[in-house]
Design a protein around this ligand. Structure first.
Ligand code: TPP
Ligand code: MG
Length: 376
């Protein structure tokens, strides 16, 4: 791919409410296909919402161990982005990934079983919340190291380019991740070599407790692409349709051989992980965040546009709540992986000096104490 990336930075602030919105109950001027698409978006957003709430509960019941980061508040971003991909495209995400796994098509039962560390989980129970990997669904992780996914995703895009494939890579990361070196190194090389990749910044305005303004000298994160002559755009991440359309543009550009940086401005409804009470956020801030809750806002819009009524919304809620409950039951009934399989999936092929030490075993066999016969 030899086409040079377009040098442009388009901005899009949060769209304002349309003044000529139809009155509730009005006949929708929407095609059946669009209706299906929009109600599908809502169903997926609700599934992520109920799944994550169920996961949070299971964590407090000590059914889930390790770290656990939720997509609560990011449902519109997740659904909009994933809907713009073909099944053959590749996804790399960070540790805040349950919603991506589900919308990528991995069964919620397998996602929940992974959280519970059970053998029916996406990564056979050895990865947990942060390390889901499913080659068939082309979800190549799940990374706990902030920014660890970016060079790997860039390498995958290089492999596609090398083999002249028509797939693209979509690589999500948080706002805090844009300050690590690998972000800049990867964008530089992707632009230089015209790689088929969309870098997506999920800007929930916080890296743990640190705000974007405090951490980033250029807080308009999408503008960072201009340093690499890469096209970029900022989009309202609370609106699944806006995210979907922006992602479609970005994906089309990547498929034509030009990388893209998409900034999706969203909200984190809870703490950084399930154990973080987020005391650093004021009540005023949180009530504003909750007012803009993407799931509630989208439901209200569907009702106002006459696409769904309250009963239909309630039915969807009931159905996805059942899916989340069933996923938890499935996870609880799945066996723990056998300890003997602990090292089976560390490397794809055997690696010299790969330690197979089990927890509690000494790192090295202790050397025998020499017997000089002096203490006898
Ligand atoms: C290299 C590295 N440094 C620090 C951490 C600890 N850490 C985990 S998450 C996180 C914040 C990342 O924030 P952001 O990129 O905005 O993602 P978000 O959690 O908001 O989705 C940090 C500093 C880590 N996991 N890896
Ligand atoms: Mg963040």
């Amino acid at each position: 791919m030899t086409t040079r990336a377009r040098t442009s930075v388009a901005t899009q602030s949060r769209p304002t409410t349309s003044p000529d919105r139809p009155t509730p109950g009005a006949k929708p001027d929407v095609s059946p296909a669009d209706r299906e698409l929009l109600t599908g978006f809502y169903r997926q957003m609700m599934l992520i919402r109920r799944f994550e709430e169920r996961a949070a509960r299971a964590y407090t019941q000590a059914l889930i161990g390790g770290y656990c980061h939720l997509n609560l508040g990011e449902e519109a971003a997740v659904v909009g982005l994933m809907s713009a991909l073909r099944p053959s495209d590749y996804l790399f995400t960070n540790y805040r990934e349950h919603g991506y796994a589900i919308t990528r098509g991995i069964h919620p039962n397998r996602v929940m079983a992974e959280l519970y560390g059970r053998s029916d989980g996406v990564s056979k129970g050895w990865g947990g919340s942060m390390h889901m990997f499913d080659f068939e669904k082309r979800m190549l992780g799940g990374y706990g190291i902030v920014g660890g996914q970016i060079p790997l995703a860039t390498g995958a895009a290089l492999a596609i380019d090398y083999r002249a494939g028509d797939e693209i890579v979509l690589c999500t990361m948080g706002d805090g991740t844009t300050n690590i070196g690998a972000f800049h190194e990867s964008l530089n090389i992707a632009s230089l070599w015209n790689l088929p990749i969309v870098y997506v910044i999920i800007n929930n305005r916080l890296g743990m407790a640190t705000t974007v303004d405090k951490a980033s000298a250029e807080p308009d994160l999408y503008k960072r692409a201009s340093a690499y002559r890469m096209a970029s755009e900022r989009v309202d991440g609370l609106d699944p349709v806006a995210v979907f359309e922006a992602a479609q543009r970005a994906v089309a550009q990547a498929r034509s051989g030009k990388p893209f940086l998409l900034e999706v401005v969203t909200e984190r409804l809870r703490g950084h992980s399930v154990v973080d009470p987020a005391k650093y956020r004021s009540d005023e801030e949180m009530s504003l965040v909750k007012e803009r809750d993407p799931v509630h806002t989208f439901a209200a819009k569907l009702v106002a546009d006459g696409l769904l009524d309250e009963q239909e919304l309630a039915k969807i809620d009931e159905e996805v709540t059942l899916q989340a409950t069933e996923a938890a039951a499935f996870a609880e009934n799945s066996p723990f992986p056998d300890v003997s399989t602990l090292f089976d999936y560390t490397y794809a092929t055997a690696v010299a000096n790969d330690s197979h030490r089990l927890p509690g075993q000494p790192l090295f066999e202790p050397a025998p104490i020499p017997d000089y016969g002096v203490n006898q």
